[in-house]
Each structure stands twice: as structure tokens, then as C-alpha cells.
Ligand binder design. Structure first.
Ligand SMILES: [Zn+2]
Length: 391
């Protein structure tokens, strides 16, 4: 039996939040109940957009799905509450307005962007995603940095012009001669959303009445995507929240560096250049220090063990490579402390350095390994026990 399609109250009344409806069917299962109503204001998950949230009879609506025109609401529900939700009963529903209005702002914003992209470049919208966390739009062609800034300006111009946004089901004879963007062939009546002077597009979602309500269209990111462009953007309240967040980050940076926003890039570049120069000077000094130590080391039959936290990976290798030439035994360096353990490099020209890493693994659970000439790794042990084991 084919079910009657649900009457979509949000089609005609996108600004309403409260409604009454009759239960057509109710199926309870594991603390949830699936309700089909004769009509609803809840927009389901459709066309890349997340469903509305809200309540029915005071119970949280956790999901709304549409299949063959029939809308199913999923509610979190006790068995006791479920027993009252029987077919034929009238229920009250209420959608969460802040989330719905944000979706309306962002969805209309998407149509404005897509309409301009189509008119200006002939690009099609090939993907749209609107969730509480992110809004993305995929378009079919590439754009330069300057074209993206142009698009953002043109989209906001459409907002300032505050033109009408209308949604209607044109009669078939009119529809045949009408131009509208559409992603797929549509069976049955087509709902066309028109933004005066900017766009006409087949769409099932609620939109704002005039473009001014979109507030601000902010392109946050654009990247190459499957031969076209993926935009991440934010409109209205989301755009404001994003700007406020960015301002907070900027303020924290300018406060820390006691500079202005304008001077921030030059300031950071300066700090990075200075840090790189310091690092290189540090590397040179460390290398010089290692070479000095090697020069001072007399030739010996004994092993040479050095404990020093300062040497970096490169200097450790230089040191061990030099010291192995001075000893008939092992030369090794341990960098670290008793609390965090030691990074080690051990080498030998005459013995097998792997014997030492094996000993450290067996005795202290050390990690690492290498060749007969050189091993490296990390060991969690105290300096005193290490020195005793190495001697
Ligand atoms: Zn749409």
C-alpha cells in the first residue's frame, strides 16, 4: 500500500515554528518512536541539508527522514510516552527556530553564490552540504583568487539589494519554458526557488523571504576539488560568529606580540627568520663543541660514555662518528634525564654496536636498533644503572 505523501507545511510557511498534526502511524522501538504525521513543519534531511530539530509533544526529535514524499520523525521516547502516541491522535510540534533560520540564511546564501557562478562562468552546482558544523558548495569549474573575491563581493551586493526570494510550483505548461538550475530530473511537481535578478533553481528547502535576511556571505575557504572548486562559507549568524572568533584570535596574537593587525604578518616573518638564524647558529656551535670534544679525546682501549642532555640528533651522530675512531671499544652518547629516559647513539669500529642495544633492550626494555657500526634508540632507565650496565 502506498502511503499518502506528508503535507510539507514548511513549503508555504517557512517562518512558522508551531504546528498541529494527526498521527498516521507510530512505531516504538528501543527507547525511540518513529512517527508519520499527516503534515509537518520539520524539514527532513534532504538535498545535502541536515534535518530540523525540535520537539513533538515535548519529546526531542532526533532525526527526520523523507522517502517517496513520506516524512518520518524519530523521537527519543519512554515506553509510557510512546503508548500515548497512537494513530489518529492530534499532536503539537515545535521546530527549533535558531537552527532553522540559520539553515535558511545559509541555504539562500548558497543559491546566491551558485546563481552568480552560473551566470558569470556557466558553472554548475555539483554538491552542497549544510550541517550545524559546516557549509560547503562544490562548483564545476576553477576560479582564481581574484575571481573568488569578486564572487564574494557580488554575493554580498545581492544581499544589500534585498531582493525577493520566492518559492512556487509553476504549472507544467509554464515550467516547460522556464529556465531554472536543477541537479537532477525531477518527477512530479517542481518547486522553483527564485531570487529576483540572480537565480532560479529547483529546491525543496525553506528559504528567507528577502536576500537582506542572509546578512553576510563570507567565503572562508576555496580549494580545487574534482576539477572544480569547493567553497566553505558561512552566512548570517554563522558568518558573524566566525568573524568574532577570528577577531578573538587576531587580538590574542596582536596582544602577545604587541603589534597591530596590519603589522602582524611582517612581525611573524621577522620572528621566524630570527628563530631560523638562531637555530642555525645553535647547530654550528653544537657541531663545533662536538668536534672539540672529539679533538680532546685521547686514544683509548676503554669504552667512552657521555651523558649530556644538550646534543641534538645531528650532533649526537657527529660525536659518535668521531669518537669511535679514538677507542677500541664502544663510544656512546645518552641525552635526556632520569625522569624522561635517554635517547642514545652507540657506535664502534671494532665491536658490534648491536650487542649494546640488545643488552639495553633485555635489561631495560629499550627501543631501537641499527647496524654493527651504529645503533640508536631510547631507554627508560636512570643514569646510574645505565653507567653500571655499560661498564
Ligand atoms: Zn536549494
Amino acid at each position: 500500500m502506498e502511503r499518502m505523501q506528508t503535507i510539507r507545511l514548511y513549503d508555504e510557511r517557512p517562518y512558522d515554528t508551531d504546528f498541529q498534526a494527526r498521527i498516521i502511524s507510530a512505531e516504538a522501538e528501543n527507547g525511540t518512536i518513529s512517527l508519520i504525521l499527516d503534515q509537518t513543519l520539520f524539514f527532513p534531511e534532504e538535498g545535502g541539508q541536515n534535518p530540523d530539530s525540535g520537539t513533538i509533544e515535548g519529546l526531542s526529535v532526533t532525526d527526520v527522514q523523507i522517502k517517496n514524499g513520506v516524512i518520518t520523525h524519530k523521537l527519543a521516547c519512554t515506553e509510557e510516552a510512546a503508548a500515548k502516541l497512537t494513530p489518529g491522535r492530534t499532536v503539537s510540534g515545535s521546530i527549533e527556530w535558531a537552527g532553522r533560520f540559520s539553515n535558511m540564511q545559509n541555504h539562500t546564501g548558497e543559491h546566491i553564490l551558485s546563481g552568480i557562478l552560473y551566470k558569470k562562468y556557466g558553472y554548475n552546482n555539483v554538491g552542497f552540504h549544510l550541517s550545524p558544523q559546516i557549509v560547503t558548495l562544490d562548483t564545476s569549474g576553477p576560479l582564481t583568487e581574484e575571481q573568488v573575491r569578486d564572487l564574494e563581493r557580488a554575493a554580498n551586493q545581492a544581499v544589500w539589494e534585498n531582493v525577493a526570494v520566492t518559492a512556487e510550483y509553476p504549472p507544467e505548461e509554464l515550467l516547460a519554458d522556464m529556465f531554472y538550475r536543477s541537479k537532477t530530473e525531477i518527477d512530479g511537481p517542481v518547486r522553483v526557488v527564485t531570487i529576483e535578478g540572480y537565480d532560479a533553481c529547483a529546491c525543496c528547502a525553506p528559504h528567507v523571504r528577502r536576500t537582506g535576511e542572509v546578512g553576510l556571505i563570507l567565503i572562508l575557504k576555496h580549494e580545487n576539488y574534482k576539477g572544480g572548486t569547493r567553497f566553505t562559507f558561512a552566512c548570517g549568524n554563522r558568518a558573524l560568529e566566525q568573524v568574532q572568533k577570528d577577531r578573538r584570535i587576531l587580538k590574542s596574537l596582536t596582544d602577545t606580540l604587541t603589534t597591530s593587525a596590519e603589522d602582524l604578518p611582517a612581525n611573524i616573518n621577522g620572528i621566524m627568520a630570527e628563530s631560523e638564524a638562531r637555530k642555525q647558529r645553535g647547530d654550528r656551535l653544537m657541531k663545533r663543541q662536538a668536534e672539540m670534544l672529539i679533538g680532546q679525546q685521547p686514544e683509548t682501549e676503554e669504552d667512552i660514555w657521555i651523558f649530556d642532555p644538550e646534543y641534538d640528533v645531528q650532533a649526537r651522530r657527529i660525536l659518535v662518528n668521531g669518537l669511535v675512531k679514538k677507542t677500541a671499544g664502544y663510544a656512546g652518547i645518552f641525552c635526556g634525564d632520569d625522569e624522561h629516559g635517554y635517547d642514545f647513539v652507540i657506535g664502534s669500529e671494532k665491536k658490534d654496536a648491536r650487542e649494546q642495544s640488545t643488552m639495553l633492550r633485555e635489561k631495560f626494555g629499550a627501543r631501537g636498533g641499527g647496524s654493527p657500526k651504529m645503533v640508536q634508540g631510547h631507554v627508560n632507565a636512570g643514569r646510574k644503572e645505565l653507567e653500571e650496565s655499560l661498564s
